[in-house]
Design a protein around this ligand. Structure first.
Ligand code: NAG
Ligand code: NAG
Ligand code: NAG
Ligand code: NAG
Length: 398
């Protein structure tokens, strides 16, 4: 490199550093006036972190710290650097041992429901043994993998899906595979013993995935994380995933048609559904989606309603990666939105996804279903009624 250019390079570098310093100093000054809490730095930059009062946020700060590339770089170079006090984690070494410090860290812990308490106590645990697996289900490299969140007692819903929109095999010249995601139904939750029947079902249809955890509302996030893990190990070549509940109706033909029409760029980054924006935690303890301030502060990122969404294999694999860096949240679809945000992505809204159903007057109109991708909710009987409307094209819908 000629000397003149080298000099220019140097000058530009110095200038950039100067700008950087200027920006960070002015940012600090501005924020210091708002937030009196920030102390004069006497230690390394990460020691002056303002620790959140909310439990989830604090746990997330811990993960952000652990996964921060700069900190990682410093830690790997300098073994004398210790973790800051606020990260000195005296919790159980095994993340799956219930954390008995939790009740002390959450002011209104005792007023929470048992389900919410259970979630908080086991929030760090992400590994549960698999009881039923189908390691060969993706051997045919399906074009579309239908992934249905179900629960053990819902035998009829699963059967209706197999006989209608979730039939595995070839549809419109594309390979479709279907799996049902299950946790466990334990005697502590007063379930009768359904495992014998489930064993038969698994033998017969070879489409069940089951893990050994309590299948409860707040554990749905676990279902998501365990699925992503399973996918990356057992099915990473399926091109697209439709993930939905066992009470949705999916127009599989329309989905395949839509996917075939995507440009290569769109296809890779695909994540569509019924997107909810500008939402935040509900603070009324009587509501199903209640989350107290002591647990979470902040707004939700855009997220696709958990009833059903469609994504590409690339995004699923990246979500799996990102999920390790996001603390489990008690609401599964919000959690997926958080993981997308971690990747710098947001879901796209598609009007074919109707997780809040369609107008009552249209619910028995066969032609309406042709253009939809997914509707919530439908009973097994309704699924068997609607599916023929989709696959028998003799109806004139113009
Ligand atoms: C964490 O704190 C405990 C007690 O306060 C101390 O004994 C221990 O050395 C600290 N660990 C780290 C990694 O700083
Ligand atoms: C079916 O799909 C295969 C490959 O996926 C393709 O080669 C073939 O042309 C298709 N057939 C029809 C009738 O579209
Ligand atoms: C989730 O499953 C684990 C493992 O069975 C259980 O310990 C925990 O209590 C469950 N959490 C909820 C919220 O039910
Ligand atoms: C997952 O993360 C690792 C390290 O952060 C990266 O090397 C890898 O490419 C990522 N994989 C995907 C599928 O994004």
């Amino acid at each position: 490199m000629p000397a003149a250019r080298r000099k220019l390079c140097m000058m530009m570098m110095m200038f950039s550093i100067f700008i950087c310093v200027l920006v960070s100093v002015s940012w600090n000054l501005r924020h210091r006036s708002v937030q009196e809490k920030i102390r004069i730095p006497s230690q390394r930059f990460w020691h002056q972190h303002v620790v959140s009062e909310s439990f989830w946020n604090k746990e997330q700060q811990r993960l952000d710290f652990i996964f921060n590339p700069i900190v990682n770089f410093v830690l790997s170079r300098n073994s004398l650097v210790e973790l800051p006090d606020w990260l000195n984690d005296t919790g159980p070494l095994d993340p799956c041992v219930p954390d008995d410090r939790v009740p002390m860290q959450i002011l209104d812990y005792n007023s929470l429901t048992q389900g919410f308490k259970d979630f908080l106590l086991h929030m760090r645990c992400r590994t549960y043994p698999m009881l039923i697996n189908q390691p060969r289900i993706c051997d045919g490299k399906p074009f579309l993998l239908l992934v249905v969140k179900s629960q053990i007692p819902h035998f009829d819903r699963r059967q209706a899906i197999r006989e209608t929109w979730g039939r595995a095999g070839v549809l419109a010249n594309r390979t479709v595979a279907t799996v049902f995601l299950l946790g466990n139904a334990l005697p502590v939750d007063h379930f009768p013993d359904l495992l014998g029947m489930l064993g038969h079902e698994a033998e017969l249809h070879k489409d069940l995935l089951q893990w050994d955890y309590r299948d409860t509302f707040y554990n749905l996030t676990l279902k998501e994380v365990l699925f992503l893990e399973w996918f990356s190990q057992n099915c990473p070549h399926a091109q697209y995933i439709l993930k939905g509940d066992d009470d949705v109706f999916v127009n599989t033909l329309r989905i395949i048609d839509f996917l075939e029409g995507l440009s290569e760029m769109k296809a890779k980054d695909l994540f569509i559904g019924d997107v909810i924006r500008d939402a935040g935690p509900l603070r009324n303890p009587k509501l199903k989606y209640f989350v107290p301030e002591s647990v979470f502060l902040g707004q939700y990122p855009p997220y696709a309603g958990g009833g059903g969404y469609l994504l590409s294999r690339e995004i699923a694999l990246r979500l799996h990666n990102a999920s390790r860096q996001v603390v489990l949240y008690p609401i599964d679809d919000v959690y997926t939105g958080m993981c997308l945000k971690k990747l710098g992505l947001a879901p796209d809204k598609h009007s074919g996804f109707r997780t809040f159903d369609i107008e009552v007057k249209n619910r028995n109109n066969p032609c309406i279903y042709r253009s939809l991708m997914l509707v919530h909710s439908r009973t097994p009987q309704e699924m068997l009624t609607i599916w023929p409307w989709i696959i028998h094209p003799e109806l004139d819908c113009q």
